[in-house]
Design a protein around this ligand. Structure first.
Ligand code: GLN
Length: 498
């Protein structure tokens, strides 16, 4: 029999339903995997009892002949940005160290209601700010992948799992969990998925409730699933999405049956190839991957058209004004008074206590964003930066609206490179920010976008392709990604060294 931890969401769900194995066996197997892979630092908290309790409930319900819940028996990982009742939730930051929420985020509650159990809380870039997991206050995650050519610099240089959902991506790639939650503000689901050879979808802004998700940039933050394949992402997203009165930006729409609707035949669909995504210095391998993706979609029946998104080059600068601006406002709540760290110096007044707590609690990248955000929102600079960036954002959204007149979906690479080594970009924030060049525009426009593995580079590292769709067309995005998945035949996985 195959190792139970090699199974994905669908295989586990179906196997538990038909009695091939029990949910308890599954939870036990994954709990052991998690405990055996601590060197990856993917989990900040392990919650084996939560996974086992959900599994027992699934087994008992089956024994009692009850109708199975959609995710009965499926244990998952939870990004630490989601507040989980009674379980420490830190957003990867020292300022929330030891914070135990009294409530459950809507998305995690929906997953528990669907029958899933939690294996633990997953490490991440601090407050979801980063692309490599190196901004976590609790040490970076190490990617389970290794370069086969020994570079750069040294043999077996440890690689970044991507970020900010790097605990999620590493855990899935290393088979520590079949699926996990992620969040994506400017690429944090898609880029780590691409770096680790898994799939991940950021749905349309408003599909998943933000209630109980620690806020980074509220007009961009969106939750979504990460898993080993497209179908598993569809199953997870159905459980996570849906209207929530507690999030004012939540969409009042029924959740489509994405899994049942999956169809990899793309006849009649037009796929746009945005000219402006051919950036300077793009590695030839990324270009070749993109071309393979185009050929696969043609093979699936789609028509390929060239389109233009003329304001693409302004997306990154606009994002790195808007996201820090919103972050500087959102993070004002960490004042040492209501929750989290309090670090008052001897004889401190209130102002000193705020300053000392925030100085001790936030990491350098978070401080950089707060400084940038406060600056661009300050009187005198507001119009020059924040208003200007908001206008650019509107133009970027308009570019997509124009493109949809001649195509239904867009195909691009997910990231401009394969995974880089830990430490390779951490000294240069701009080099790090450039990782988001292909993922940020769709975030600014609130559109659904997904990364799916497309192949390996010469060093044996995974590369991802991104499909972007019209608002609310997650089905189209999932279908095109399924068409790629069926043709890419991506079966590579990291060799266990941990
Ligand atoms: N890497 C981007 C940033 O640092 C995106 C992060 C995210 O999507 N949460 O802001």
């Amino acid at each position: 029999m195959t190792d139970l931890t090699d199974l994905g969401v669908r295989a586990i769900r179906d196997g538990v339903r038909d009695g091939s194995f029990s949910a308890t066996e599954i939870a036990t197997a994954f709990n052991a995997q998690v405990a055996g892979a601590r060197v990856l630092n993917a989990f900040l908290v392990e919650t084996p009892d939560h996974a086992l309790a959900a599994a027992r409930a699934a087994d008992d319900a089956r024994a009692a002949g009850e109708e199975p819940r959609p995710l009965a028996g499926v244990p998952i990982g939870m990004k630490d940005l989601f507040c989980t009742r009674g379980v420490v939730s830190t957003a990867g930051s020292h300022i929330l160290e030891g914070f135990v929420p009294q409530y459950e985020s809507t998305v995690s509650q929906k997953l528990w209601d669907a029958g899933a159990g939690m294996l633990g809380k997953l490490n991440m870039d601090q407050f979801a700010m980063g692309s490599s997991n190196e901004t976590s206050a609790f040490g970076n995650v190490i990617s389970p992948w290794k370069r086969s050519d020994g570079g750069p610099g040294s043999n077996w240089a440890p690689l970044a799992p991507g970020g900010s959902s790097g605990g999620s991506s590493a855990a899935i790639a290393a088979r520590l969990c079949p699926a996990a939650t992620g969040t994506d503000t400017g690429g944090s689901i898609r880029q780590p998925a691409a770096f680790t050879g898994i799939s991940g979808i950021k749905p349309t802004y408003g599909r998943c409730s933000r209630w109980g998700v620690v806020a980074f940039a509220s007009s961009l933050d969106q939750a979504g699933p990460m898993a080993r394949d497209v179908r598993d992402c569809a199953i997870m997203l159905e459980a996570m999405a849906g209207f929530d009165a507690r999030d004012a930006t939540s969409l009042q729409l029924d959740v489509p049956r994405w899994e049942a609707g999956l169809n990899a035949g793309l006849k009649g669909r037009r796929i746009g190839i945005p000219r402006e995504y051919r950036v300077d210095d793009m590695p030839a391998e990324i270009d070749a991957l993109w071309q393979r993706g185009i050929d696969w979609l043609k093979d699936a029946g789609a028509e390929i058209v060239e389109v233009s998104l003329p304001h693409t080059k302004y997306a990154l600068p606009a994002y790195y004004i808007i996201a820090p601006a919103e972050a500087s406002s959102n993070l004002a709540r960490y004042d040492g008074v209501r929750y989290g760290l309090r670090d008052p110096p001897e004889g401190a007044n209130l102002q000193d206590m705020y300053a000392a707590t925030r100085a001790a609690g936030f990491g350098p990248e978070v401080k950089r964003r707060i400084l940038i955000g406060t600056y661009v929102l300050s009187a005198g600079f507001y119009d020059a930066y924040f208003t200007q960036a908001s206008k650019v954002r509107a133009l970027i959204a308009r570019d997509f609206d124009e493109a949809w007149k001649s195509c239904d979906l867009l195909l691009t690479p997910t990231a401009p490179s394969a995974a880089f080594a830990l430490g390779e970009k951490s000294a240069d924030p701009i080099a790090m920010y450039l990782n988001d060049v292909f993922t940020v525009p769709s975030s600014l426009a609130g559109l659904p976008a997904m990364s799916v593995p497309g192949g390996l580079d010469a060093a044996g590292l995974p590369l991802g392709l991104q499909v972007i769709g019209r608002a609310l067309d997650e089905q189209g995005v999932l279908d095109a990604c399924l068409a790629i998945e069926e043709r890419a035949g991506f079966t590579a996985r990291p060799q266990a060294w941990w």
